[in-house]
Structures are given as C-alpha cells and as structure tokens.
Design a protein around this ligand. Structure first.
Ligand code: GDP
Ligand code: MG
Length: 442
C-alpha cells in the first residue's frame, strides 16, 4: 500500500545524522513512485513532489537532527495542504429549503449517504429533512431510500401516480416543490448511477441539476476505486458539475489515493467521509486525519529505535518470521508484552504503531493496568488455546473468564484484537513494511 511504501522509504533515512540533497532526491523519487502506484493523478503527484523536494532541501541545508522525521513532517504537512487545508461548511439556503443533490456511480454510496446526511442534519442541525427518490433505474432503489429514510427519522418523497412517476427529473422537481410548500429545511435528491460513466446518465443528472437548481451538488466517490477515481471525478465535474465531494467506504483498505486525486484534480473540497454501512458511520472530512491515515505510520521511526534497544537480533528475527508466517500465537504475545513493558509505557508504544490513527479512541481509553488483566487471561489458557485461539468456544471462554477473574467480553475483545493485530502485522511483514529489520541496529 501507499503507506507501506512511504514508511519503507522513510525508514531508509533513519540513522542518518544529516540529510544530503542526494538523500532527498532518492526519497522524493520513492514518494513519487508510491503515489503513482496508489493511483494518485500525475499532475497532483508532480506538484506534490515539487513542494516536498524544496522543503526537504531546506531541511537538509539546515542540518537538522533526525532527518527522517523531518521529512515525514514535511510530507505530512504537504498532504494536509493538498487535501484541502481548512474545512468548509455546507452552504445552507438563506430562504426556503436548502436543496442538495447526490451524484455518483452506482454503488458509490449515494442512497446510504442520503440517510446519513438526513440523520445528521436532523439531529445536529435541527433541520426537517425530505429525501427525494429520483433514482428510478434500479428496481428497488425507491424502496431502499424509503427504508433508509425511516431509519434516519426523515420523510421520503417517492414517485406515485401524478407526481412524476417514471421520470426522474419530474420526481426531483415535484419533490423539491413539495419541500418548499411544506416548509422543509433541507431536501436531498438521490439520483441514479451506472456502473461506468455513460452519457445518458450524465445527461439525466445534469437535467435534474438544472430542474432543481441545488445549493450543493455532492459527488459521492468510492474511496476504493483506485485508478478510476480521476477519470470518474473529471467525468462528473464536466458532465454534471459538483460543489463538494463525499468519500465513501473509507472504512476499507483504501489509503487515500482517491482523496488526493479528486481534490487535486477538480479543486472541489472533500466535505464528508463515509466510513461504514450504518447511519452513524459518517463524519466531517478532516484533511489532517486523512494525511495521517495516508502515512498511517504513527511515529514508526521512534518505535523502531525503541524496539532495537529492547530486542536482540535473534529475537527480532524469530519474531519476524513468526509474524510473516502467521505463526504468532498468544504465547508469543505474552512474551512480547513482557518485552514491551521493559521498553516503557504501553500506551506510548501503541501510539507509535502504524494504524494507530484508526485506533485513536481506543488508545485514549487505554489503561495500563489492562496489561495485567491480559496477562491473567493468557495465563488461564491452555497451551493449545494459546497456540490457536480459534478453538475458543463459549464454554472455554467462560472457564478462562472465571480462572482469570475477568469477563467473557474482555476475552472476546482480546481475541479479536489479537487476530486483527496478527493480520495487520502479517501483511506488513509480507510487504516489506516497518517491522522486518527491527533488530538491524541492536
Ligand atoms: P448507491 O448506488 O450510490 O446509492 O450506493 P448505496 O448507497 O446503495 O451503497 C452501495 C453499497 O455500499 C451498499 O451495500 C452500502 O451498504 C455500501 N456502503 C455505502 N457506504 C458505505 C461505506 O461508507 N462503507 C461501507 N463499508 N459500505 C458502504
Ligand atoms: Mg442508490
């Protein structure tokens, strides 16, 4: 992934007392390649690397300490800049309902977003919201919006005999008019998408836009689309036009190539991030959080340095091969916990792990005394259970809870976190990510 590539590149800088222009050039060309591989558009990559190079030269000339971290900081700051810097508020109408239209490919997450936005506007902005079902393409699109609207606690305007049935433009127009006459605060028009960009869809969306004259047209982009993000964004910009972007499916593996491109290529701000299928999985888009997500490496350099002090070369090699082969067990986990304790605060160390950005909330709530409980849990397991937690059925979990003086919930959450961590570390090792050479300097 993009973050793996960047962290590999930054890792090479570590240990260097000073940064030469040659080091900068090498790193910048790594960054360039990593961005291109992550499907960031070429013009965006060009301006990005140009900025980074100039600033990193500056850092090199100043002979600053810790060049690797300097470069990480420069890259981070530039990412925030290119992702849009400060956030923008939605445009609300000064008189009558605020009219919003959703556009995007089929499956991008428009209908889901209609519900999320509806609920958010209702609860956070105290608005009366009407959703309008102008997607008449898919057989159950109207029903889907009705279900979503009900869940969100907002009204839905759907085609019925006499209100424009069969014609999306008419449904959109009559829906908006209904919102005006009935004093709604916001009307959100859901539209149809296709699997690929096509002229008929664009013409229909444009006709809807012209018919309802919206205050905001939100282009919904699936963050997982990769390479196609640029082409799709440009097609919608030219075909329909939009005032803001919503990135959906940011809960997946997507690392942000799409976010960088769409903002960089169209200049339209990313306003919201959609992070799951539930109505609450929705938030304002924060460029700084996205930047750390793209880098997703926490303070990996410090972590590596700390780890190098605590591990011998053999221990590190052993750990590395276990991680890579997915043979890392709870028994090993227990050993690691003890090693980590030697290094200092668990919270601080966890905060340095790649992926920590997404676990921020968990970290804030992390309680050092939990380690003791975790140890108690693992101690109460049989060797077979430690080697293979998948055999932990309900009665085993209940026995362990009793034995360790904890609860089944705690055991469930430990097992889940362990499995997640193992998966993450395995893929990191496989990609030549951050952990493999931990013993290198020790
Ligand atoms: P539309 O065709 O653009 O209206 O897309 P839908 O709203 O019907 O969403 C398509 C699929 O993506 C559905 O299964 C949604 O549950 C799912 N989906 C939408 N937004 C998200 C998101 O942010 N994260 C995840 N994981 N799934 C999403
Ligand atoms: Mg839909």
């Amino acid at each position: 992934t993009l973050s793996d590539r960047l962290s590999a590149s930054f890792k090479r800088l570590r240990g260097k007392g000073v940064l030469t222009e040659h080091d900068v050039d090498e790193t910048v060309s790594d960054i360039r390649r990593a961005l291109l591989d992550a499907d960031v558009a070429l013009p965006v990559v060009r301006s990005f690397t140009k900025q980074v190079r100039e600033k990193a030269y500056g850092a090199a000339r100043s002979e600053a300490l810790n060049p690797g971290q300097q470069v990480v900081k420069i890259v981070n700051d530039e990412l925030i800049e290119i992702l849009g810097g400060a956030e923008r508020e939605l445009n609300f109408a000064t008189k009558g309902p605020t009219v919003m239209m959703l556009a995007g490919l089929q499956g991008a997450g428009k209908t889901t977003l209609a519900g999320k936005l509806g609920q958010w506007l209702r609860t956070e902005h105290d608005k009366r919201v009407l959703l309008v079902a102008a997607d008449l393409q898919r057989p159950n699109a109207v029903t889907q919006l009705q279900v979503v609207g009900e869940r969100a606690g907002v009204d839905v305007w759907a085609p019925e005999p006499g209100n424009g049935i069969g014609d999306p433009v008419e449904v959109a127009r009559t829906g908006r008019d209904h919102a005006i006459t009935n004093g709604y605060g916001v009307v959100i028009v859901d539209t149809a998408g296709r699997l690929g960009v096509d002229t008929e869809m664009m013409e229909q969306a444009r006709a809807i836009r012209e018919a309802i004259d919206p205050h905001e047209v939100l282009f919904v982009l699936d963050a997982m689309v990769g390479q196609d993000a640029v082409q799709t964004s440009v097609a919608f910009r030219d075909g329909v036009g939009f005032t803001g972007v919503v990135l959906s499916k940011l809960d997946g593996d997507a690392r942000g190539g799409a976010a960088l491109s769409v903002r960089g290529v169209t200049g339209a701000p990313v306003l919201f991030a959609s992070t799951g299928e539930g109505l609450g999985d929705f938030e304002r888009f924060h460029p700084d959080r996205m930047a750390s997500r793209i880098l997703d490496m926490g303070d990996i350099l410090t972590l590596i340095e700390t780890a190098e002090k605590a591990y011998t070369e053999d221990e590190a090699k052993d750990l590395q091969s276990k991680l890579a082969q997915g043979k890392f067990t709870l028994e090993d986990f227990l050993t690691q916990l003890n090693q980590i304790r030697k290094m200092g605060s668990m919270k601080k160390l966890l905060g340095m792990l790649p992926g920590a950005g997404q676990m921020r909330e968990a970290l804030d709530n992390f309680d050092e005394s939990q380690i003791t409980r975790i140890e108690a849990i693992v101690h109460s397991m049989t060797p077979a259970e430690r080697a293979d937690p998948s055999i932990l059925n309900g009665s085993r979990r209940a026995r362990i809870a009793r034995g360790s003086g904890t609860t089944v919930q705690e055991i469930n959450s430990l097992v889940k976190r362990f499995e997640d961590a193992r998966r993450m570390m395995q893929s990191m090792s496989r990609n030549g990510g951050a952990l493999p050479s931990m013993g290198g300097g020790g």
